[in-house]
Design a protein around this ligand. Structure first.
Ligand code: SAM
Length: 245
């Protein structure tokens, strides 16, 4: 099978993304492990280590595109159970899995689940100490709008962390990675959900996402200071950091 990529506009883009995650919600965590060879765990742990949440109560994080709660649970654990996490996602099916996982882990009291769009956050200005988003921002049709919203809901002194697939900067690894994403990923999607095409679309969205430097510039344009990034696994993933000062 070959997966032709349909060229989609901003409006259809969100629809296609929603379709993928509704379909896969129940198997999302397994799928993540299969598609990243378990690497997403390493990258998320590195993200949480860089965030280094304080081990005292009263600190609040907003995890956008938080899906099944993976990043939020790691942050609460790293804070020794002190942090409060709001998991926001546009997709109710993903959030339902997250809520169930929170209950199983005894974290229901430390988490909120909110169905909303990253482009229009239903929170007052200066609400959160940190804003995190992992493998979500490239799915948002208007990234600049999402970043401006992030800046708005952060308290002064608040921190933005964005984990996303990025530009591979290692010879050979880029070839292996390309073969993996264009062949293996849609096939895994096909095998697990019965449809590979939405995955071909997600892979294409990685190629279209701005590289490390250009994304750092977008974050700066949204108002953030001291913007820096770190590459993981030769740039397959990158973690960007910025501060609202
Ligand atoms: N952060 C989780 C993780 O790393 O495991 C989930 C990442 S998943 C690849 C992408 C998530 O982005 C999906 O749950 C999807 O519903 C969500 N999403 C897509 N567009 C969104 C938007 N405009 N606003 C909020 N969430 C969105």
């Amino acid at each position: 099978t070959s997966y032709g990529f349909r060229n989609v506009g901003a409006g259809d883009k969100q629809g296609l993304v929603n379709e993928v995650f509704h379909k896969v919600a129940n198997r999302y965590d397994v799928m993540n492990d299969l598609m990243s060879g378990g690497l997403h765990r390493v990258w998320k742990d590195a993200m949480v280590a860089w965030l280094n949440p304080p081990k005292r109560p009263g600190w609040k994080v907003l995890d956008v595109a938080g899906g099944t709660g993976d990043v939020a649970f790691r942050i609460i654990d790293a804070s020794h159970g002190n942090a409060h996490a709001t998991v926001l996602d546009i997709n109710g099916s993903m959030l339902a899995v997250g809520r169930e996982r929170a209950e199983k882990r005894g974290l229901a009291g430390k988490t909120d689940f909110v169905e909303a769009n990253a482009e229009e956050l239903p929170f007052a200005d200066e609400t959160f100490d940190a804003y995190t988003i992992a493998f979500g921002i490239r799915n948002v049709p208007r990234i600049d709008v999402a970043l401006t919203e992030a800046w708005r809901v952060l308290k002064p002194g608040g921190r933005l962390l964005v984990l996303e697939f990025s530009e591979v900067d290692m010879p050979l690894l880029d070839k292996v990675y390309e073969a993996w994403s264009f062949n293996a990923i849609p096939r895994i999607g096909q095998a697990v959900t019965g449809d590979g095409e939405p995955y071909a679309y997600l892979v294409e969205s990685i190629r279209k996402f701005p590289n490390q430097q250009n994304f750092a510039a977008m974050i700066t344009r949204a108002g953030f200071d001291r913007v820096t990034f770190r590459n993981y696994t030769g740039g397959i993933a990158a973690l960007h950091s910025g501060w609202k000062l």
